[in-house]
Ligand binder design. Structure first.
Ligand SMILES: [Zn+2]
Length: 281
C-alpha cells in the first residue's frame, strides 16, 4: 500500500512532465473512482485547464489546475499513476490526456483509489483539515506536538501513528521502521512515552520517510513508479518483513506480531515491550 514516500516518488517524477501542460481530457472509465461526483461534472470542472502544480499532502496528490481547481487523488491499496504516451495499461480506471505531455493512466486492480474535487483555497483547506494532521516535514511536527496529541491515550502507539490525523502519510511500513529507530515497542500505550521518546520518535518518523524517498519507495506488492520501475526501499528495511533475521543493531532475532490488526515487526531488545498490565486494566 503506497505511503508518503511512494506518493512523493511519483509526484517528483510526474510534476516536471505535467506542470504547465493543459489537461485536455479526463476519461473516467470507472465512475466509482470519483463517486458521488458525476464523471461528467468532473470533466466540466477540469478539462481545458492548465496544470499549475502537482503537490502532495499526506498520501494525497493535489493536482492544482487554473483558478484554484484541485483534483485530489488517493492511490489507496493498489492504485498507481503510469506515464504512457501511448499503449493500453491494464486495470486503467481513469485516463488523463495532457497537450504536449502525453497520457497518464490511473491503474488500480482492486479499485479502492479515489479522485475528489476541491474548488478554491478554502475548500482545499477544509478537505485536508477534516482528514489529515500535521505534515511530517512541516516545522509544526515536533516532539512536543506529538506528546500533546498522545496525552492520556492508553491505546498502543502504533495505531496512533497510523492515524492520519496524528501525522499525515505514515502507513504500516514506515510506522514499524520509525518505532524501531526510536526504540519504542509498538504496543506501548501512546500516552506513556517520556518526553525524550516523543522527540526521538518524531525524528525517527522523518528519518524513515526520508530513507524511503531516497530509495524511491518500497515495492513489496504493487508499487511501481510512473515508468513502471520498482522502488528499492524493501531491500533496506530495518525490521519490516524481516521476521527471523538478526536485528541490524543488536543481532536479536526480529519477531512478527500483530498490532491493531496489522502485521508488525519488532526487535524486543531494542524496543522493550511494555510491562504487563494489571488484570482488567
Ligand atoms: Zn535490536
Amino acid at each position: 500500500m503506497p505511503e508518503l514516500p511512494e506518493v512523493e516518488t511519483i509526484r517528483r517524477q510526474l510534476a516536471p512532465r505535467v506542470v504547465g501542460a493543459t489537461l485536455t481530457e479526463i476519461d473516467v472509465r470507472d465512475p466509482r473512482w470519483c463517486a458521488p461526483l458525476d464523471p461528467l461534472a468532473l470533466r466540466d470542472a477540469l478539462e481545458g485547464r492548465r496544470v499549475e502544480a502537482l503537490g502532495r499532502r499526506g498520501k494525497y496528490f493535489d493536482l492544482e489546475l487554473e483558478d484554484e481547481v484541485h483534483l485530489l487523488i488517493h492511490l489507496r491499496m493498489t492504485g498507481t499513476l503510469l506515464y504512457r504516451p501511448d499503449g493500453e495499461v491494464p486495470h486503467t480506471r481513469v485516463l488523463f490526456a495532457f497537450d504536449g505531455a502525453g497520457r497518464v493512466a490511473f491503474a488500480d486492480p482492486r479499485r479502492f483509489g479515489t479522485g475528489e474535487l476541491a474548488i478554491g483555497h478554502e475548500a482545499l483547506e477544509e478537505f485536508f483539515a477534516a482528514r489529515l494532521g500535521v505534515e511530517p516535514f512541516d516545522d509544526a511536527f515536533t516532539g512536543a506536538a506529538l506528546r500533546a496529541r498522545a496525552r492520556g491515550r492508553r491505546g498502543p502507539i502504533k495505531p496512533f501513528l497510523l492515524d492520519q490525523r496524528t501525522v499525515a502519510g505514515v502507513g504500516n511500513i514506515y510506522a514499524d521502521e520509525a518505532l524501531f529507530r526510536a526504540g519504542v515497542h509498538p504496543l506501548r500505550p501512546a500516552g506513556s512515552l517520556r518526553p525524550v521518546q516523543y522527540a526521538r520518535l518524531r525524528d525517527a518518523v522523518r528519518e524513515s520517510l526520508e530513507a524511503g524517498i531516497a530509495a524511491r519507495g518500497a515495492s513489496i506488492d504493487d508499487f511501481r513508479d510512473i515508468d513502471g520501475a520498482r522502488g528499492s526501499f524493501q531491500d533496506r528495511f530495518l525490521v519490516h518483513l524481516r521476521e527471523g533475521e538478526p536485528c541490524t543493531v543488536c543481532g536479536t532475532e526480529i519477531r512478527k506480531t500483530v498490532v491493531g490488526g496489522r502485521g508488525t515487526y519488532v526487535c524486543v531488545r531494542c524496543q522493550p515491550p511494555p510491562r504487563r498490565r494489571r488484570t482488567g486494566a
